[in-house]
Design a protein around this ligand. Structure first.
Ligand code: SAJ
Length: 413
């Protein structure tokens, strides 16, 4: 039913989606505004680390099913998977969606399907339908009337977990929200090409709110774990013990405290709810504030620990925003290590197995070196575990003896 699909935005969601479609027999045109990304993908390589992605990209390109380019080309369906970043005023920057809509509109024809995958504030997909309609007055769109439109528009929010993207893209259930008559059904037909998960049909605004609720739910629960951890610090007891014991209750499942909530989803999306209904969402806002305050709390604790030593050597294990990925964007670990370096707390031995050189913000401080975990722990007075990378399992507990250990994740619990 679909022979070609154009995917706008070849990032952490767009590229895996393009590959999943290509692997299932669809001719995929991948579009990205970054020429380096386009070139890399056309040479069969993935521009970022995600388990099993590189081999899938190289296979899809070699089969001739995936081709990257700078502007959309005619296709049966269009998937928009571009960023919706948070702005200074904590509202969503929808300019990438709008730009993608304008470029997709130019090549639309009757019978096409346009899907927004980007996480967006309630109402954005209906707005997308309006933007498309404005640029193509010769076609009908679903926001206009109750009849089946020429172009169908739907929201199908991405839900994959970085680090497990290639598995979850094929297995997660999908929420598919149509803007009008026949839209959700048509979108479901497309997702059924590559997902074994169930497609749950609804309207676009409900789908937008469902996605935001998923991430706000996780944010509130992480905030709870972080708050319990701070209470335990105050009492001088081990938060890991408290949480492990409480979780033996059949209806309790407390998440893990950490150095803060990083990434571009959970720390962002709850604000889209707060922005839409501020008076109705005090809990969601407070959870955001609790989690945002967490890196500076951890920083303070580490500084206090390091002050016990003269010229301390501090091993910082992990820079990524979470385990087993190379993504440093919005990483609380990177924030904490950069502040430690700026405050000249000691000599920093930084370990991040997924990168080859320190980011500029850290390298420029001149007090941090990138080393392997064994060296860092061997030479350190203070060991700070910031990310629970599997690679750190190689660090033997005996190597920690005699060191001040600050385990922000309960990794060695
Ligand atoms: N974290 C904790 N404690 C925990 C769990 C997570 O401190 O117990 C921290 C992590 O270290 C990380 C941050 O929270 O810094 C977010 O990590 P995550 O693994 O919870 O989530 P993301 O941001 O990688 O992906 C989330 C997922 N959403 C949910 O689990 C509800 C994913 O399914 C979404 O697709 C993704 O957001 C997204 O793109 O929206």
């Amino acid at each position: 039913m679909f022979s070609s699909v154009c995917v706008a935005g070849l990032g952490y969601i767009g590229l895996p989606t393009a590959v999943a479609l290509a692997t299932n027999g669809i001719d995929v045109i991948g579009v990205d505004v970054n020429p380096a990304t386009v070139e890399l993908i056309n040479s069969g390589r993935a521009p970022f680390v995600e388990p099993d992605l590189a081999v899938a990209v190289s296979g899809a390109v070699a089969m001739g099913r995936l081709r990257a380019t700078g502007t959309p080309e005619p296709a049966d369906a269009f998937i928009i998977a571009v960023p919706t970043p948070l702005q200074e005023d904590r509202t969503a920057d929808l300019s990438y969606v709008r730009d993608a809509a304008v470029s997709v509109a130019a090549v639309l024809k009757a019978g096409d399907l346009v899907i927004l995958e980007s996480t967006s504030p309630p109402g954005t997909t209906v707005e997308l339908s309006r933007w498309l309609g404005k640029h193509r007055p010769d076609l009908t769109f679903p926001h206009q009337s109750g009849d089946t439109p020429d172009v169908r528009v739907a929201h199908c929010p991405e839900r994959v977990l970085p680090g497990r993207t290639m598995i979850e893209i094929a297995t997660n259930d999908r929420v598919v929200g149509g803007v009008g008559e026949g839209c959700a059904e048509r979108a479901r037909d497309l997702y059924e090409v590559f997902t074994q998960g169930e497609c749950l049909l609804t309207d676009a605004t409900t789908a937008e709110m469902a996605k935001l609720s998923e991430n706000a739910f996780r944010d509130v629960n992480i905030a709870f774990a972080n708050e319990i951890s701070m209470v335990c610090d105050h009492l001088g007891i081990d938060a890991g013990d408290v949480i492990a014991l409480a979780n033996r209750h059949p209806r309790v499942d407390i998440l893990r405290p950490g150095p803060g909530v990083g990434g571009h989803c959970i720390a962002v999306d709850p604000w889209f709810i707060v922005g839409t209904a501020p008076r109705q969402s005090p809990l969601i806002r407070l959870a955001r504030e609790v989690n945002d305050a967490r890196p500076d709390y951890v920083l303070g604790e580490v500084v206090r620990t390091a002050e016990r030593f003269k010229d301390p050597v501090v091993a910082c294990l992990g820079l990524a925003f979470k385990a087993n990925i190379d993504d440093l964007r919005e990483s609380p670990a990177l924030h904490i290590v950069t502040r430690l370096a700026e405050q000249q707390v000691g000599h920093l031995l930084v370990v991040e197995p997924h990168i080859n050189e320190l980011p500029d913000s850290l390298a420029s401080t001149g007090t941090a070196a990138l080393v392997d975990a064994t060296t860092a722990v061997r030479d350190a007075d203070v060991v700070v575990l910031l990310v629970d990378h599997d690679a750190f399992r190689a660090v033997k507990r005996t190597a920690l003896r005699g060191k001040a250990v600050f385990d922000t994740r309960g990794f060695w619990h």
